[in-house]
Design a binder for this molecule. Structure first.
Ligand SMILES: *Cc1c(COP(=O)(O)O)cnc(C)c1O
Length: 396
């Protein structure tokens, strides 16, 4: 008999959609995959070289649980240079990806009776990580008209005696929008007033467009920093999803608790990946700029192409690598005998009829949308958009 806990959660729907698309591909079907949540670029050579050197040097043993000093120092230098944040080494923990960082935070902070506020649309793992720790996710809606930034009054309305934390993700997966400083300040105000932790997932910080600057909520003022755990990693910024390196920076007691939890679960992240991460953070950053320029080109193309499809309404996102069009105008229509009554029906129809894989908005807490990843070639984007347009033309 499985535990009660495991019955409350579901497998990651984004990974499930990806698995379905890969299954079709394995059968020889030419699937265009817009479902992916990772850069389509290869990890830069100098980072790979650092990992190979680590292996050759025999740097292949256990390291300190929370990461080697050399990597913590590189992270501290990054947080200072990019975000204007000062931390000591005992305020940093390196984990097996940012997802693992977030899980350690959940274990360290949440428990029975606690409520954790999550703005929707949200990244799929946030609610389930709260549930896995016997706490309750409290979803607060955000709106397209506000570029999906939380309205302070909507947040205030959901805060209770039991509220423990709020999870922010800017730039956001899935919406592709980033918070401006004023919106962050409004959230911080309420967090200070009600004594809440702020979990700030900044994994897409390097992917922000149209001259917008990434700003970390922790940099607002010391009372905010003291209650914020900044989460970041190398998966998205340096195309290192498979290496599994993420990190958190925050109050000493929280980081210590997370380190104890990690010492009883995974121990240190891979020694070799840690050396690669040092090279990524300390080496040349021209790769980041190159990838950014490429994503930006695709973003501009994709948004216009999507808006040319009848019934698609897509705002131009300012960050990450996702477009998030509202397609709800098509709900209630049919393709032959097949009814399209929501985002899952719509996504499955596009997968089966047009062989285009993408993720239904319902997985992110808003059924009106679909998420299209542009972490794929321009050629694939064009091919996929054409297929979607043809499939949509068959709806009536
Ligand atoms: C990709 C992603 C992560 C996790 O990345 P890791 O590979 O675990 O470092 C965390 N948050 C969001 C919003 C993401 O999209």
């Amino acid at each position: 008999m499985l535990s009660e806990r495991v019955r409350t959660i579901k497998p990651s729907p984004t990974l499930a959609m990806d698995a379905k698309a890969k299954g079709m591909k394995a059968q020889g079907i030419d699937v265009v995959n817009f479902g992916v949540g990772e850069p389509d670029f290869d990890t830069p050579e100098h980072i790979k070289d650092a990992a190979i050197k680590a292996i050759r040097d025999g740097f292949t043993k256990y390291t300190p649980v929370g990461g080697i000093d050399e990597l913590k120092d590189a992270i501290i230098a990054k947080l200072s240079a990019d975000n204007g944040l000062a931390y000591e080494k005992d305020q940093i923990i390196v984990s097996c990806g940012a997802k693992h960082s977030l899980y350690n935070i959940a274990q360290a902070l949440y428990g029975p009776g606690d409520e954790v506020i999550i703005p929707a649309p949200y990244w799929v793992s946030y609610p389930d990580q709260v549930l896995l720790n016997d706490a309750s996710p409290v979803i607060v809606e955000t709106h397209e008209a506000d570029q999906f930034m939380l309205r302070p009054e909507a947040l205030a309305a959901k805060i209770t005696q039991k509220t423990k934390a709020i999870i922010l993700n800017s730039p956001s997966n899935p919406t592709g929008f980033a918070y401006d400083k004023a919106a962050l300040a409004a959230v911080a105000e309420l967090a200070v007033k009600h004594n809440l932790y702020i979990i700030s997932d900044e994994i897409y910080e390097k992917l922000i467009y149209d001259g917008m600057q990434h700003y970390s909520i922790a940099a607002l003022r010391p009372e905010v920093k003291d209650r914020t755990i900044v989460v970041n990693g190398l998966s998205k910024s340096h195309a290192m999803t498979g290496w599994r390196i993420g990190y958190s920076a925050g109050p000493k007691d929280v980081i210590k608790a997370m380190t104890n939890i990690q010492s009883q679960s995974t121990s240190n992240p891979a020694s070799i990946s840690q050396k690669a991460a040092v090279a990524a953070l300390k080496g040349p950053q021209d790769f980041v700029a190159m990838m950014h320029a490429e994503f930006d080109k695709r973003r501009v193309y994709l948004v216009d192409a999507l808006n040319a499809i009848p019934g698609f309404k897509c705002m131009k996102p300012t960050g990450a690598f996702y477009a998030f069009p509202n397609v709800s105008e098509h709900y209630g229509k049919k393709a032959g005998t097949r009814a399209i009554n929501g985002s899952l029906d719509f996504a499955l129809y596009l997968l089966e009829d047009a062989n285009v894989a993408l993720v239904h908005g319902e997985a992110f807490g808003d059924d009106r949308y679909i998420r299209i990843s542009y972490a794929t070639s321009m050629e694939n984007l064009k091919k996929g958009v054409e297929r979607i347009a043809a499939a949509v033309a068959k709806l009536s």
